[in-house]
Structure formats: structure tokens, C-alpha cells
Design a protein around this ligand. Structure first.
Ligand code: CS2
Length: 490
């Protein structure tokens, strides 16, 4: 069995598309932080399209900040990996060659900082997940108590956090070399947020550096979208079969859909990502809110309710009569009503497409994967639409039930059948503790809503707490079947 690399590229079956650029001519013009599956199935493909025109400036220097696994396996494959796009029974596989290097920051810090400082690099991109930016989820400020931030402020030349690495690289960069930092994580105003956090971090060290971040570097907001499940032994085997027996340890199997909307606010040159379908626009906020609420908001509800119902994948959850109907209503009634639709957009058609994507039986997108890091995701996906609705005196029956389900999932730690659920959320402990220590449902909900680091400082209306408590009581007594039963909805 051979491993995917520059040599075995020639052995692949004819139907597998290969890189169309001259790999030897490629230069590293992009540094990417966070080498997970999403960036490889998204950023790398848009960049691949730009490289195919012969513009060799935009090879990607990939950086893993947390774990060495991806950089080790991708380095062994000359940076090559395959992407198989699947919906139901149709599939298409290609090999991507935009990744020039895959560095593990703790082991190659000088090389990483040198790359960010290199004037030949004009773009830094990031996909480090919501929790990778060291921000207080509800307040939005830099979390100065984050152990990595404390470490980096004490040793700014040996950083390990996203912000610390970025700041140290920028500090070494010639002042006249233009740079744009493109955040590609699912946060509202992600570019503005990253700029604010990075400037806050830099201000602790060097006022000049902070000013440079605030004034000289571009931080466009972006909306990224593609459903990319984590690899499994089965998905790696499937890719191997499609690659004619060549093994790709970095193989990705994802959906065919992809979208990238980017604010046209670049300082200096950029790849022609529009050739891969990226949309450049003056204002990305309506796209962002629409996607975060309708897609990610519904996803999170499917994740917690799916976990509680013992449904392992999003497609299974959509096929479940109670949860499928609930997810549709949550998206098309509650969440859609809170969204300001971008000009010219057919939001109903967007919802129909989203639901079709969720139903894709080929993905095996795990509810447990989406359920991770709820204390980072819920404040972005559910709390703004809830706040806005409550301020207008509007009840959102489905969204409020989803919130009760999340609290129940955290407090009970068990599904409807009594089996333990795996909770992976470093920020969840204080919330779970409050929920468990409270006496009745009302006190539990009130205590949870009072946790400012998740639910914000502004108090929540009492009627809302009462409604969520009633949903929680229903869940505790009758499980998700009681909560989701059509008779329990208005
Ligand atoms: C998901 C997202 O895991 C999650 O939280 O909601 O990763 C989602 O699949 C992507 O944002 C789709 O673009």
C-alpha cells in the first residue's frame, strides 16, 4: 500500500482530479493557523482555484497550534490530501496541492513566526474554533485569565496561543509590508472580533504593536460554510478505495456545498479566491447572521436533542419524526423570523437547501461533534436571536425548548435511555454545577441564566426563565418525547 505523496500522485485513478498548478514554482504567500479538516476542505480549495491560473504566490504554509498529528501526517504526504464531496450516492474526489508545508508550532516556532513576518506573505488565515481566540464568550473581551494568554504575556517570544503567535509574528514583520488577517471561524463579526482581541493582547506588551494592528492590518469579516465531518476509520477507507488503494491519512469526506463571503477589505494583494466561488462584498454581516442562526443555530439544537435521543448523526436526527419536525420548525419559524435577509436573497429557498444538506445520508456528521463547546457556540447562535425577540416581547417556542434541552443535557449528562453522554466543553463545568446544585427547575434556570460568562450581564426576563423552566420540567419528567410532542407546543 502506498501513501499519498508527490510520487504516488501519478498512480491515482483517472477520475481523481489532481492539482493544476506547478508545485515546484509555488511560493508561500498565505500562513494558515489551524490545520483541521475544515480549512483543508474550504480555504485550501478556494486557494487551489486561484493557483490554477498560474499565480504561484499563494501556496499555504499551514500551522497546527495544539496537536502535532495533522502536521506530522500531512508532512509525510508532501502536504497533499484528498477531498471527496459526497451527497447520497454521488461522489467526486480530488487531490489538493495548495498546502506547501504543515508546521507544528511548538516544535517549529521560529519557522512559524518567521513565516508570519515574511513580507512575501500577505495573508494570514485562521480556523482555530471559537475557543481558540481566548475571548469571554458572552462579554467578547480578551480573557486575561486564560492560561495560554497568561503564559504568552509572560513570555511573548515563546507564544502558544493564537493571539500570541500572531502578535509575535507581526511584531517581527517589516512595518511597510501589508498584511490581511482573515478569520474563518463561526463568530459574529469574526474579523472585527479578532482585531479587537489581538489589539487588546498587544496593548499589554507594546502600544506601537497595538496601534499597528488597529490601523495598518486588514481584518475582513467573513462567512464560511461547508459541512465537514471529522474523519473516521470508515471515511479514510472510503477515500482509499476512491484513490485506487493509495492511502491518505488526511482524507476528507464532506458535502458538495461550499460558500465563502468575504468583506472586500484587504490591505495588499490577495489570491483570486472568487475563481473558487468566493463572493466579495462590502458588508458580510447579513450573511453571517443568516448562516450562524439558520444553519449553526439549528445544528446545535439537533446536536443536543440528538444526543439526548440517542441519535448519533444529523441525518438520523432529521429522519426522526419528532426531532426532524422540530428542527424544521425551529429553523423556518423561530430563527428565520429573527434574520435580516441579505439583499436579493431568497431565505426560504436557503432554508430548503439547508434542510436538504442536513438530510445528506452520506456524511455521518456526528451530533456529538457539533455538541462540543456549547458554552462558546450557544452565545453566538441562540442568545442574540433570543435577546432580540424578548426585547420585542416575542416568545420563540422552539428556540426556548432547544435552550432547555441544552441545559438538561449539561445537568443530566445522560440521554433519554439513561446512557451517559460525552460532554466536551471546557467552559461547561460552572454551568453544569449551577444547574445541579439548584433545587427545582426554576432555580436551575435562573442560576444558569445568571452565569454572565455565558449568558451575558444583562438580566433575562422572568417570564422567559419561567417558560424555559417549564420545558426543563417536561424534559426531566418525560424526556425529549414529552418536550418535542406536538401537543406541548403552542
Ligand atoms: C457545526 C459547524 O460543529 C458545528 O458547530 O455547526 O461546524 C457547521 O458544520 C459549519 O459551520 C458549516 O459551515
Amino acid at each position: 500500500m502506498s501513501l499519498l505523496n508527490l510520487q504516488s500522485l501519478n498512480d491515482l485513478p483517472a477520475g481523481v482530479r489532481r492539482p493544476r498548478h506547478d508545485r515546484a514554482a509555488l511560493r508561500g504567500g498565505i500562513v494558515h493557523l489551524g490545520l483541521g479538516a475544515f480549512a483543508r476542505a474550504h480555504l485550501a480549495l478556494y486557494t487551489e482555484a486561484a493557483l490554477a491560473t498560474g499565480d504561484a504566490r499563494w501556496g499555504i504554509v499551514g500551522v497546527s497550534l495544539r496537536a502535532s498529528r495533522q502536521s506530522t501526517l500531512l508532512s509525510a504526504q508532501d502536504g497533499l490530501f484528498s477531498v471527496t464531496e459526497r451527497h447520497a450516492d454521488t461522489a467526486r474526489t480530488r487531490v489538493v496541492g495548495a498546502l506547501l508545508e504543515a508546521l507544528y508550532a511548538p516544535a517549529a516556532l521560529e519557522r512559524v513566526l518567521g513565516a508570519i513576518a515574511d513580507p512575501g506573505v500577505a495573508i494570514v488565515t485562521s480556523t482555530v474554533t471559537e475557543k481558540g481566540y481566548s475571548q469571554h464568550p458572552a462579554g467578547g473581551e480578551l480573557d486575561l485569565d486564560d492560561p495560554d494568554i497568561r503564559h504568552d504575556l509572560a513570555r511573548p517570544d515563546a507564544p502558544r496561543s493564537t493571539l500570541g503567535v500572531l502578535a509575535a509574528g507581526i511584531r517581527r514583520r517589516p512595518a511597510n509590508a501589508p498584511l490581511t488577517v482573515v478569520c474563518c471561524d463561526n463568530m459574529a463579526a469574526n474579523g472585527d472580533t479578532l482585531r479587537r482581541l489581538l489589539a487588546q493582547y498587544a496593548r499589554q506588551l507594546d502600544a506601537g504593536l497595538a496601534a499597528r494592528i488597529e490601523h495598518d492590518i486588514g481584518f475582513p469579516n467573513t462567512m464560511v460554510d461547508r459541512i465537514v465531518p471529522a474523519a473516521t476509520p470508515a471515511s479514510l477507507d472510503e477515500a482509499q478505495a476512491r484513490l485506487g488503494g493509495v492511502r491518505d491519512e488526511g482524507a476528507i469526506v464532506c458535502e458538495p456545498f461550499t460558500q465563502w463571503v468575504i468583506e472586500d477589505r484587504f490591505t495588499g494583494p490577495r489570491p483570486a479566491w472568487e475563481l473558487g466561488g468566493a463572493l466579495f462584498t462590502a458588508d458580510v454581516r447579513p450573511y453571517q447572521a443568516m448562516k450562524l442562526r439558520l444553519l449553526n443555530g439549528t445544528h446545535s439544537a439537533i446536536a443536543y436533542l440528538g444526543q439526548l435521543r440517542g441519535l448519533q448523526t444529523v441525518a438520523d436526527a432529521m429522519a426522526d419524526p419528532l426531532l426532524g419536525a422540530f428542527a424544521r420548525a425551529l429553523m423556518t419559524q423561530d430563527l428565520l423570523a429573527t434574520v435580516a435577509v441579505p439583499p436579493g436573497y431568497d431565505a426560504r429557498a436557503y432554508c430548503v437547501e439547508l434542510l436538504h444538506r442536513f438530510e445528506n445520508p452520506a456524511l455521518g456528521h456526528r451530533t456529538q461533534q457539533i455538541a462540543m463547546d456549547g458554552t462558546q457556540k450557544v452565545p453566538v447562535r441562540w442568545l442574540p436571536p433570543l435577546r432580540e425577540s424578548l426585547a420585542a416581547g416575542i416568545e420563540r417556542p422552539f428556540l426556548e425548548r432547544a435552550l432547555a434541552a441544552w441545559l438538561h443535557y449539561l445537568a443530566a449528562g445522560r440521554d433519554d435511555a439513561g446512557a451517559e453522554v460525552v460532554i466536551s466543553d471546557p467552559g461547561a463545568a460552572p454551568l453544569a454545577q449551577r444547574l445541579r446544585e439548584a433545587r427545582g427547575e426554576h432555580d436551575a434556570v435562573a442560576a444558569a441564566l445568571g452565569l454572565a460568562s455565558v449568558f451575558g450581564r444583562e438580566p433575562w426576563p422572568e417570564v422567559f426563565a419561567q417558560r424555559v423552566a417549564a420545558h426543563l420540567a417536561l424534559l426531566r419528567r418525560g424526556g425529549t418525547a414529552a418536550l418535542l410532542a406536538p401537543t406541548s407546543r403552542r
